[in-house]
Design a protein around this ligand. Structure first.
Ligand code: NAP
Length: 308
């Protein structure tokens, strides 16, 4: 197998926590360089910007964009123009339409554009999808509540326009929902709580449904201290499914039936390597469209300022 030589662009929390280890573990993937203004790895070529990497760097086949969403579109366009395959961290963009020209560029250049949804690769997500396929779903509730100070320390970009605020984790729940439910969802109402000093919400309640009128509710909150929750409850005609731990555990009527160690990022790189063989793309915008619609429909309240 030819090695896919990958450069990580934007060496922050997720690059450090997940991408480096996943690339090292996946056959056919090699970390060849880092482009980041302030961070580097020992013994690896380092460049401050993606432009410098593409101009002066070692031979690479692909970039993995781990920068905040506000700067990723331009970086993806530069990489595709230089003939590189592109892996996008989630969310794939700050808006939905900005993906269209990237998809077209990738298609014309026969290069892979891979918009990743890491939570879809959590180990209990596919078992949940299969279990639900044989049942009649009667309601769904999502509780995605985490402490922003613990999980996103110092990430000022998350509070800026395009940073998504609490939808940064909330979109992970939507990526799972849009995978495990049989029919497309749409948003019918949303309440968004904006800190007085921020451009993105700190909490959101969504009401969604599908063509059959399925009742779906979601609570996203960044102010959770104590126990954190990344849970989805699905009531069906033949029992209650609970997906917890962000898709890592599945229980039926309280009894755990699937649980496995986290392989999310290894799965992403396995897929990236496979896609790059033919230059095929994988861009599913369904979760981002739901977030965009929540912003379109959302009733806004202003809450106390957020201080990190
Ligand atoms: P982060 O810790 O802030 O890292 C992003 C890095 O990108 C920064 O360290 C910075 O490195 C670089 N960067 C920041 N602003 C930039 C700019 N204006 N231009 C160019 N480079 C810039 O953020 P993160 O948590 O790793 O998240 C990055 C993306 O991954 C987000 O979309 C997030 O949703 C996604 N993600 C995060 C997690 C998580 O648990 N943190 C999990 C899954 C997915 P330099 O200063 O060195 O340039």
């Amino acid at each position: 197998m030819t090695e896919l030589r990958i450069a990580i662009v934007g060496f922050g929390k997720i690059a450090r926590d997940q991408h480096v280890g996943a690339i090292a573990a996946v056959p056919g993937a090699t970390l060849a360089a880092v482009a980041s203004r302030n961070a580097s790895l020992p013994d690896l070529p380092h460049f401050a910007t993606i432009e410098e990497l593409l101009e002066k760097g070692p031979p690479i086949d692909a970039v993995s964009l781990c920068t905040p969403p506000q700067v990723r579109r331009a970086q993806a366009a530069a990489a595709l123009a230089a003939g590189k395959h592109v892996m996008l961290e989630k969310p794939p963009g700050t808006g939905v339409a900005e993906l269209d020209p990237l998809i077209a560029m990738a298609g014309e250049a026969k290069r892979t554009l891979f918009a990743t949804w890491h939570s879809r690769h959590a180990p209990a997500v596919e078992p949940a999808r299969e279990w639900l396929a044989a049942r009649r779903i009667t309601s769904v509730h999502v509780s995605w509540k985490e402490d922003v100070r613990v999980w996103h320390p110092g990430q000022a970009w998350i509070w800026e326009p395009g940073g998504l605020g609490v939808f940064d984790p909330g979109i992970n729940a939507l990526s799972i929902l849009t995978r495990i439910l049989p029919k497309p969802l749409f948003v019918t109402a949303a309440e968004l709580a904006f800190p007085a000093n921020c451009q993105a919400p700190i909490a959101a309640n969504l009401t969604l449904t599908d063509i059959e009128g399925l009742p779906v509710t979601a609570e996203f909150d960044f102010r959770q201290t104590g126990p954190q929750s990344w849970d989805i409850l699905v009531e069906t005609d033949k029992g209650r499914l609970t997906l917890s731990g962000g898709g890592r555990r599945m229980a039926i009527d309280g009894n755990t039936v699937a649980e496995a160690p986290d392989e999310e990022y290894r799965e992403l790189y396995r897929r990236f390597v496979a896609l790059a063989v033919t230059g095929a793309s994988d861009v599913d915008l369904a979760p981002l469209r739901l977030v965009a619609d929540a912003f379109l429909l959302g009733r806004r309240t202003i809450v106390e300022p957020f201080v990190d």
